[in-house]
Design a protein around this ligand. Structure first.
Ligand SMILES: NC(=O)c1ccc[n+]([C@@H]2O[C@H](COP(=O)([O-])OP(=O)(O)OC[C@H]3O[C@@H](n4cnc5c(N)ncnc54)[C@H](O)[C@@H]3O)[C@@H](O)[C@H]2O)c1
Ligand SMILES: Nc1ncnc2c1ncn2[C@@H]1O[C@H](COP(=O)(O)OP(=O)(O)OP(=O)(O)O)[C@@H](O)[C@H]1O
Length: 471
């Protein structure tokens, strides 16, 4: 997405709450400006010695999201997406605001005809229940919370999504079979379908009927309306990493073993997809981190390095070195502490249930905006994991005094050496990954920790036992 594209976004729609819209427009403009600055920073490498404060200024963004809640969690009786409509209607019946924040591109009038040329991305609007667009009010000097930053968001297509990118886990027969079925179903519904070269080859090996399937290329990023993954969490991470700018809504079918971020099941895919392309959908905006390596050796080796986006975490560890890592940590340019241990994880809240939880970090709902700082085997009795607010910029430096270099990896991939003097700069990215929910953001999250990690499973205490102590 070029910055001029961002500028050419449609003006926001008017709705009756004019005041709210004016405020929303201001924050949307601010968001666009920040997105432009971030895009520029990602394209033109920042000067290697850019300090953390400068990064913070570039990537800070306003957050104006608030909405409704679920009271009960029933993992076993998962409702299907049809029920989302009822809940969306309820939201409107309660007089909640409807706010368009991210729509851009041209409306796709090609519905019903498959074209060789890609049309522009279809428009949608995002809504969330909100009594106003402010998070706090301070009328008459009284500070009151009037909105929340991390409640349920609904996405409503303005016209049916047309262009679909399908990303699949390699080497799985189940995945290949489902991919074949979904591609055929989408083609019947007159969608333009893109896949990776490997998948096109697999489909053509099955039948020449699949000649309509096209090969994905990086420059198509801003044209995709819907992203589908078939695999496990690793496939979701892979798909997200293909987008260095805005990410289209992502529907993930679970064909892995754990599947924290993959709520959809292969059975009933037709009904699920039908609902997703035709009706409003609930989404979780999963925040990403953007990372850049700066410093002496980075200057030489990564002269053209761009920001790297992670959905789970960036990890700095000792690699094969037998020594403790020695990592100096900065927050907004100020020295905070040093890690002496196996390493450090800077995690998103989506990633809080991955490597971070294994290293002792807390599990956090993916839509809570924040950055988790979780040490790996710190040789200290008091280094508790920490969660910082979304707007900070974190720097991690391998000091000149360190006995050895460290290694950095991004969502478990792209391992690079951090030599002494190098610094990793990390802040919240302006482009989250909007994942489509099965039963809503909170319910999906709670189901995944209950089912995936057996969270708080314990035999129930029997009712018979010693008499209650008398008061
Ligand atoms: N000790 C650990 O727990 C450990 C060690 C290395 C990497 N990891 C995680 O593996 C991720 C890469 O995943 P992969 O599938 O490519 O590698 P992989 O195939 O090695 O899978 C790692 C496991 O982590 C799970 N996982 C991934 N993201 C998750 C999330 N957000 N919440 C809960 N579980 C999640 C996967 O389902 C899988 O079971 C890394 O981002 C890192 O978080 C964990
Ligand atoms: N399109 C792709 N191209 C190349 N590699 C991929 C692709 N999709 C996924 N992978 C890689 O394949 C590996 C396995 O994928 P994934 O985690 O989705 O499956 P899984 O391990 O069976 O599921 P789970 O993580 O739920 O246990 C991961 O390392 C991931 O990075």
């Amino acid at each position: 997405m070029s910055s001029s594209k961002i500028n050419s976004a449609e003006p926001l729609q008017q709705n009756p709450a004019q005041d709210n819209d004016d405020r929303l427009r201001e924050s949307t403009d601010a968001l666009r400006t920040i997105a432009e600055a971030s895009k520029q920073a990602a394209e033109e490498k920042d000067p290697p010695q850019a300090d953390a404060a400068e990064w913070k200024g570039k990537f800070e963004q306003p957050d104006k999201i608030s909405g409704g809640k679920h009271d009960v969690v029933h993992c076993e009786s998962a409702q299907n997406l049809d029920d989302q409509n009822d809940s969306n209607n309820q939201t409107n019946e309660h007089g909640m605001g409807s706010n368009e924040v991210l729509s851009r591109g041209e409306s796709d009038s090609a519905h019903g005809a498959i074209q060789n040329q890609m049309t522009e991305k279809v428009l949608f609007e995002l809504t969330w229940s909100s009594k106003g667009n402010d998070i706090v009010s301070c009328e008459m000097g009284n500070i009151k919370t009037v909105g929340r930053t991390s409640e349920q968001i609904t996405l409503t297509w303005k016209s049916e999504p047309q262009t679909v990118l399908i990303i699949t886990k390699p080497n799985s027969t189940h995945v290949r079979d489902l991919c074949e079925d979904i591609v055929s179903w989408l083609y019947m519904h007159k969608k333009k379908i893109y896949v990776e070269p490997r998948v096109q080859e697999e489909l053509l090996n099955i039948s020449s009927y699949f000649e309509f399937v096209k090969i994905w290329q990086d420059d198509l990023q801003e044209k995709v309306d819907l992203l589908i993954t078939l695999g496990g969490d690793g496939t979701v991470l892979w798909a997200a990493s293909m987008f260095q700018g805005p990410v289209p809504p992502l529907v993930s079918f679970s064909l892995g073993s754990l599947g924290f971020m993959t709520p959809f099941r292969r059975d009933g895919y037709k009904k699920q997809l039908e609902s997703i392309i035709k009706r409003p959908i609930r989404i979780t905006l999963r925040h990403r981190l953007q990372c850049q390596i700066v410093g002496d050796s980075a200057e030489e080796e990564n002269a053209t390095a761009k920001a790297i986006f992670v959905l789970n975490e960036v990890t700095i560890d000792r690699g094969q070195s037998p020594y403790l890592t020695n990592l100096k940590c900065y927050c907004d340019g100020e020295y905070v502490t040093s890690v002496q241990g196996d390493g450090l994880i800077l995690s998103t809240t989506s990633g809080s249930t991955a490597y971070s939880v294994a290293a002792g970090g807390s599990m956090v709902h993916p839509q809570v905006p924040g950055i988790l700082l979780t040490p790996i085997c710190p040789h200290s009795l008091s280094f508790r994991p920490l969660m910082l607010p979304e707007h900070v910029t974190i720097g991690v430096e391998v000091p000149a005094s360190s006995r050895s270099s460290a290694w950095v990896s991004f969502d478990g991939k792209g391992r690079k050496e951090l030599k002494t003097g190098d610094k990793l700069i990390c802040s919240m990215a302006p482009w989250p990954v909007p994942t489509v929910c099965l039963n809503g953001s909170t319910r999906d999250f709670l189901c995944s920790i209950l089912e995936g990690l057996n969270w708080n499973q314990r035999k129930t205490q029997s009712s018979d036992g010693p008499p209650q102590p008398q008061p």
